[in-house]
Design a protein around this ligand. Structure first.
Ligand SMILES: Cc1cc2nc3c(=O)[nH]c(=O)nc-3n(C[C@H](O)[C@H](O)[C@H](O)COP(=O)(O)OP(=O)(O)OC[C@H]3O[C@@H](n4cnc5c(N)ncnc54)[C@H](O)[C@@H]3O)c2cc1C
Length: 484
């Protein structure tokens, strides 16, 4: 059992400053407040000293110091996470990677690029423009989120339906382990023998150490791409179309569904020509060789019509394609015009149950008198009900939380899982026992402790602790097997 550090001590600050420099270490009140939150609605975060290393060596020094002073640390990329993964509980050292933003090496022959973890996702693909390659994972937050955050959360995005989530696009990772040693998992040169520790680290949500260099796989740009916009008078018809497309053996590059509330919010801004009178629109993108693309357009159009599509529009040029995607990718920002706050959920359900579960989600929102908007990666059954609200109205947050719990329970009852891409973080910890048995959780705890025996790397996340972030410092000590 380890004693907790009760308050920020000057020797710790001094040690961190001597490891980096004064400009890149702060315990100022505004920085601590800023870095106490992420993109989620999780509360109770409290940052300790905030550090901005620029190299692997500097990260290792910060971790070494955290070990020497026996304190916890939390790694943070851009803080766009929606499950509270980078929210610091109990004054840990916050290690921010945004200054580690260099693309270190691009090898087009091997189709691999080595990047620092703070490289913004979209910056990598923009820097590759004209080479014939891109980085396939494209979270809707790609203009801000970092590759390190993508690796830690095993993030997905619209185009991960056909191309796979981040795990499929990471060849190797250099990691600073919680004992401050530097190791490399995987290989940029080909397959490694032995256990796939690279695969274990991806999705570790910052609990297994800090990714300091990442070898990402580069994907060849497809020779032909077509973007279709389909609209429906019932959202269930759109959901049935998704199931029919996949059941007929077509795997589009992307298959994204937006309901009429989302369309109404984004159309005035994106000017994509989304029909405002439709109950739902579906964006389908197919890519590959031109002949195959033509055949898939034909088949998707036919299946959509059978399932009730009113119109099928095929983008005629790159500009029209970009406008269609702009609407989808700016959906969450556009919500701010309706209400100041949102809670974006993330569960996965079997695709064949999409229509039924969406109906239930609308019922849950109605029961709690909340506005729900649905925008999601329909092709892989990844639901993202968006509860839109004004937290300043007393009692609203409580209603939002209850509705959220029912959405999670409904997804699990339908045979789904807790998260498709946002991770467990703080948000879903308390649901872990509903999905995993005690034995499963023990195995996960043992894995985590193999990397971090002292439980110092983002320790209050993923496995259930029975305490919320704000309550943690009232616990005297971290018990062994904290999740029990
Ligand atoms: C508007 C919006 C849309 C979104 N759309 C999507 C989407 O389509 N798909 C999707 O998957 N997610 C989406 N997200 C969620 C989020 O953007 C992703 O999870 C993203 O990968 C987080 O990256 P980040 O740099 O912001 O990480 P942060 O939020 O800073 O951190 C996330 C987690 O990663 C850990 N971490 C960060 N860097 C490292 C590192 N170098 N080493 C080890 N651990 C690290 C943190 O400790 C934390 O647990 C969306 C978020 C928003 C706000």
């Amino acid at each position: 059992m380890r004693k907790r550090r009760q308050k920020i001590t000057d020797p710790l600050l001094e040690a961190l400053i001597s490891a980096l420099d004064e400009e890149r270490v702060t315990d100022g009140a505004s920085a601590r407040l800023l870095y106490s939150k992420d993109g989620s609605v999780m509360e109770g975060g409290r940052a300790g000293i905030v550090c901005f290393p620029e190299t692997t060596e500097e990260v290792a020094k910060c971790v070494e110091i955290s070990k020497k002073f026996d304190c916890e640390f939390v790694t943070r990329g851009a803080g766009t996470g929606l499950a509270g993964g980078s929210v610091p509980c109990n004054d840990p050292i916050v290690i921010v990677t945004t200054r580690m933003n260099k693309i270190l090496e691009v090898d087009l022959e091997k189709r691999v690029a080595w990047v620092q973890p703070g490289v913004v996702n979209l910056d990598l693909s923009l820097s590759l423009r004209g080479t014939g390659f891109h980085f396939a994972p494209d979270p809707s937050s790609q203009q801000a989120c970092t590759i390190g955050g993508n690796v830690a959360n095993n993030s997905g995005g619209p185009h991960c339906l056909a191309y796979g989530v981040t795990n499929s696009h990471v060849a190797a990772i250099e990691v600073v382990l919680p004992d401050a040693s530097v190791v490399e998992f995987g290989s940029s040169e080909g397959e490694m023998c032995g256990y796939d520790l690279r695969g274990v680290f991806v999705g570790g949500e910052g609990t297994l150490g800090i990714a300091t260099r990442i070898a990402v796989r580069l994907t060849e740009d497809p020779p032909a791409v077509a973007t279709l916009l389909l609209d429906f008078s019932k959202i269930t018809e759109a959901a049935e179309t998704v199931s029919a497309i996949i059941a007929n053996g077509i795997l589009p590059a992307a298959l994204e569904l937006m309901d009429k509330n989302v369309v109404a919010a984004v159309e005035p801004f994106a000017k994509a020509g989304y029909p405002l009178d439709a109950e739902a629109v579906l964006i389908a993108e197919v890519d590959g060789l031109p002949d195959g693309v033509s055949k898939e357009i034909e088949k998707i159009t036919q299946l959509a019509k059978v399932n009730g599509a009113r119109q099928v529009r095929i983008a005629t040029d790159q500009e029209e394609r970009e406008r269609i995607w702009k609407g989808r990718k700016s959906a969450f920002g556009a919500i701010a015009k309706i209400k100041p706050d949102y809670y974006l959920h993330d569960t996965v359900i079997p695709r064949r149950r999409l229509a039924e579960v969406i109906e239930k989600v609308y019922d849950i929102a109605e029961k709690y008198e909340l506005l729900v908007m649905n925008v999601f990666h329909a092709g892989d059954g990844n639901l993202h009900p968006l509860l839109v609200f004004d937290a300043r109205i007393p009692g609203t947050l409580e209603k939002v939380r209850k509705a959220g719990e029912e959405i999670v329970a409904t997804s699990l009852e339908a045979g789904g899982v807790l998260s498709g891409e946002h991770g467990i973080g703080l948000e879903k910890q308390r649901f872990m026992t509903q999905q995993f048995s005690k034995r499963d959780l023990e195995a996960q705890d043992a894995l985590r402790r193999a990397f971090d025996p002292d439980n110092r790397s983002n320790p209050h996340k993923v496995l259930p602790t029975g305490a919320s972030c704000g309550e943690i410092d009232s616990l005297k000590e971290i018990p062994e097997g904290v999740w029990i």
